[in-house]
Design a protein around this ligand. Structure first.
Ligand code: F6P
Length: 194
């Protein structure tokens, strides 16, 4: 019985400033989530799932979120957040002001829209292919990564249509447990109250 745990990194400084992308550290609240994660998993793990591997992106905020977990860890570049290209480090308001046409185009077709010098959701899905392949071979994995990347992984296991996938809600400080079954994937959402 395999189990895939998904989590965004804890709240980052950029999350607080409402900026996208970047490589900022966790905020104080984000660090609280990191310290709570160990017990949150322990409370929800079954005996046969003890053997957990933790996969993070190469970015500071996911590694900081994993720092207190007593499991083996692996960093994947393919788990880094969707590259916003020239918009990296901006707020959505700034993007709308500086690149109004791009902002509109993204809203109209978020799956296909590719940031100038960056990526689309489709691009992320393609680079995730080796991660998904390895995931299919593993038993129990906790993936700590980013909003857009998690939407793609979630959509893959839950059969969410690609046009809807960029809009799936993946809140901060919430563990998502996926248990793939013959008849469909069972989902449990566990909120960390911090
Ligand atoms: O705001 C956090 C974040 O992970 C950004 O770094 C990223 O660009 C964004 O979310 C992805 O979400 P959306 O595709 O809805 O803009």
């Amino acid at each position: 019985p395999k189990c895939i745990w998904l989590s965004r990194h804890g709240e980052s400084i950029y999350n607080v400033e409402q900026k996208i992308g970047g490589d900022s550290s966790l905020s104080e609240r984000g660090l609280k989530y990191a310290s709570k994660l160990k017990s949150l998993i322990k409370e929800n793990v079954k005996n046969n799932e003890q053997d957990l591997s933790v996969w993070t992106s190469t970015l500071t905020r996911t590694k900081e979120t994993a720092q207190y977990l007593p499991y083996s860890k692996l960093e994947w570049k393919a788990l880094d957040e969707l590259d916003a290209g020239v918009c990296d480090g901006m707020t959505y308001e700034e993007i709308e002001e500086i690149y109004p046409e791009d902002f509109k185009a993204r809203d109209e077709d978020k799956y296909e829209y590719r940031y100038r010098g960056g990526e689309s959701y489709r691009d992320v899905v393609i680079r995730l292919e080796p991660v998904i392949m390895e995931l299919e071979r593993q038993e129990n994995v906790l993936i700590i990564t980013h909003q857009a990347v998690l939407r793609c992984i979630y959509a893959y296991f839950m059969n969410v249509p690609k046009e809807e996938s960029p809009w799936v809600s993946i809140p901060l400080h919430t563990l998502i447990k996926l248990e793939p079954r013959a008849y469909g994937t069972k989902v449990t959402r566990i909120k960390a109250n911090i």
